[in-house]
Design a protein around this ligand. Sequence first.
Ligand code: NAD
Length: 500
Amino acid sequence: MTKIVNHWIGGKTAEGASGTYGPVTNPATGEVTTKVAFASVEEVDAAVAAAKEAFRTWGQSSLAQRTSILFKFRALLDAHRDEIAELITAEHGKVHSDALGEVARGLEIVDLACGINVQLKGELSTQVASRVDVASIRQPLGVVAGITPFNFPAMVPMWMFPLAIACGNTFVLKPSEKDPSASVRLAELLAEAGLPEGVFNVVHGDKVAVDRLLEHPDVKAVSFVGSTPIARYIHTTASANGKRVQALGGAKNHMLVLPDADLDAAADAAVSAAYGSAGERCMAISAVVAVGAIGDELVEKIRERAEKIKIGPGDDPTSEMGPLITATHRDKVASYVAGAADEGAEVVLDGTGHTVDGYENGHWIGISLLDKVPTTAKAYQDEIFGPVLCVLRAETYEEALDLVNASPFGNGTAIFTRDGGAARRFQLEVEAGMVGVNVPIPVPVGYHSFGGWKDSLFGDHHIYGNDGTHFYTRGKVVTTRWPDPADAPSGVDLGFPRNH
Ligand code: NAD
């Protein structure tokens, strides 16, 4: 029997009333296992209304109450890591260990939210003028929305809602319709932890649900993570509707390898970062820039490692790489490899047409490695979001840096070198939001913020860390004077207030 995934509104399951459902497929088998309810405008309105009602008390709740619920949620999340990872693998396809890693990185943000009392400490200046004190405090916004992509169905929602609710907001999540189960499980665990009804809501669906959140007058802020064209649309539309917006987009992450680098370590890192999660990570390395004369040796080291990757279903513990999310996406990824030679690249490994015995209908593609890729090739210019690594060649550090900085994307980047001076220059000169030095996927820890530059992020705030707290609160400054009864009356003074 096909499983049904429903909305979560006001602390309980809300069956889809619109009558519209979307299919959820197990990417390893190609089988439709689940149907997910798609919300109508009225259902989104019901979720926002539940969140608005809940904000009346949650927004006033004590920090002690909020953090005690978050600590309980953290314990439940920790206890259910495996179960959530299984849900992810069944709908996304990534291997179990990778799914566990995503839950662990989400949990880091819950850790941060458990300590929100420290982050929300205000500032106080006493005696700024005679008997006058000034306090800066931050308060929640109200109902905030999160719209998330398929590739991290648990982690990316957790980049948002733990901090949002810890700050006193209530939340409406619109997860990806391709792998919706993990978000509902998170809602159940939040309820079990004692989160009051309506503080966290989930509506599933497509553009209809998203567009309603973007225009709803009671939604005060929107956090989005997804592809660049949709991120741009979300930023423009939600901003035009007067909302605070952070919209994180796609990427083409470059890894520079300087001639003095440890080439074995660089090859290990390139293979792990390019093909992990079948390349469906916004922080995947998709372009290696080999600097100087090391190119041939580096490509050979990458090839010999990449060839050994074991591809198979994510619930098989021997699999290192799973299938792609849909057959359509797999075919699109394959088209970049098929066209690469005509565009001037050397095809070192061609993963198209890969099959896995016993899983003939899975969305499989093997490992592809393209060398000497011209910057004009579509395989270089587009975010492929699959297991395709492009290697480019540059004569000098400066040439390599110009190449990275010419990219419209600026999410993550990495440099591999033993030269501290070169690494330091790169940190300062590269146009990207996250930089790794001998670290290929520099996803910041929870207490530092995550975000890209250029077409990888629209808006002023990175996600989580201090930026997250700032995004989910607004400032208020209170100036107080308590006159001493012995003071002489101040009298009327129409001049602009001055401190003395
Ligand atoms: P996507 O942009 O297709 O979808 C993201 C969300 O937007 C989903 O919830 C989807 O339902 C919704 N959506 C899709 N089309 C829409 C439309 N026309 N109008 C309104 N809403 C719409 O992204 P995806 O394919 O789910 O995820 C992969 C993309 O996400 C990649 O580009 C990847 O780089 C990016 N990503 C970025 C980051 C980051 O931190 N920068 C992290 C993870 C993923």
